[in-house]
Design a protein around this ligand. Structure first.
Ligand code: 8YV
Length: 324
């Protein structure tokens, strides 16, 4: 009997020609939500952002591999997986470029109110009704990058085509990038104080949760724009709403939210200085295909009795029995 592999609906449908490589080794099933009743006997699963916790793992006693379709794995309880001998993998690198593109689309989209301008062109321009508010230029501004990892670096590289000063903060100082990309290292408070555009590229963990709260918005410029394509809970949403209402900061561009999908009555959705997209920073044909290849590749390695190449950091030095 071949091992059972599931592909969760939250992976945005991995193309069948990509998952076809698994069929020689496993019975592969694309499942629809809810799929709890399908977990019995499953050895490997490719998942989206649904929580992989003790409750989930209890329903899948044969599970040996959780392959995240994505780079962030805050939705996976890695400690619990490790305790149960379940390998967790993710898809680093392949989406950095696409997410950086989307980050820049949001920065520039915000700078010229592109969503609003589109609505105005369609519905009001010919009637000579109202106008689109003036936007802002990048020239002479300071871009602050929080987190100069793989995605932050791609955002930095793109910024070098703009007349911007760039500063960054990270737990790890990257002197190698400072000369190469003319970027200045600053402390977190200085990043808050000096950035006109502050873009966030950190993973969600206990120390990054709510790193933007009342005190942080207090330190920012009243004209500054916060851009978040990382994880919603990094920003305390009610503090952000208050900061925008009170003019503590000038605007926000958000691809991610504390709760997803974000409720229709989220006040952020009706603020004209807030640009929003529905967690689609990696949603290009090219990037999603590369993520599909990478997540499927991790499952394939496991099925062949090899150690999967993209095991999450916390499990990298752990030994797992390989498939015979
Ligand atoms: C995906 C992401 O949209 O990579 C991540 O961590 O958040 C996004 O690329 C998400 O993982 C879909 O499953």
């Amino acid at each position: 009997m071949k091992p059972k592999v599931l592909i969760s609906p939250d992976t945005m449908n991995i193309p069948e020609d990509v998952s076809a490589v698994l069929k020689e080794y496993a019975d592969v099933e694309y499942v629809k939500r809810p799929y709890d009743d399908k977990l019995e006997g499953v050895e490997a699963i490719i998942v989206g952002t649904e929580p992989i916790n003790a409750e989930f793992l209890d329903k899948a006693p044969e599970l040996k591999l959780v392959a995240r379709f994505g780079v962030g794995y805050d939705s996976v309880d890695v400690e619990e997986c490790t305790r149960r001998g379940v390998i967790a993998t993710h898809t680093p690198e392949v989406l950095s470029s696409g997410v950086a593109d989307h980050t820049w689309a949001m920065i520039l989209g915000h700078s010229r109110h592109i969503p609003l301008a589109g609505l105005h062109t369609r519905n009001r321009w010919a009637k000579r009704e109202g106008s689109v508010p003036f936007g802002w230029d990048t020239e002479g501004k300071t871009l602050g990058i929080l987190g100069l990892g793989r995605i932050g670096l791609e955002v930095l590289k793109r910024s070098r085509g703009f007349p911007l000063k760039v500063i960054y903060h990270d737990l790890l100082r990257r002197e190698d990038y400072e000369d190469e990309y003319d970027v200045e290292y600053v402390g977190f408070d200085e990043l808050l104080e000096r950035s006109d555009i502050l873009t966030v590229h950190v993973d969600l963990n206990p120390s990054s949760r709510s790193i933007f709260g009342v005190n942080e918005f207090e330190k920012m410029k009243p004209t500054s724009v916060i851009v978040n394509t990382s994880r919603g809970p990094v920003v305390n949403e009610s503090a952000l709403i208050d900061a925008l209402r009170e003019g503590k900061i000038g605007g926000a561009a958000l691809d991610v939210f504390e709760t997803e999908p974000t409720p229709l009555d989220n006040p952020l959705l009706s603020m004209p200085n807030v640009l929003v997209t529905p967690h689609i920073a990696s949603a290009s044909w090219e990037t999603r295909r590369k993520m599909a290849v990478r997540s499927t590749g991790n499952v394939l390695s496991y099925l062949k009795g090899e150690r999967p190449p993209h095991i999450v950091l916390e499990q990298r030095d752990k030994e797992f029995p390989l498939r015979q």
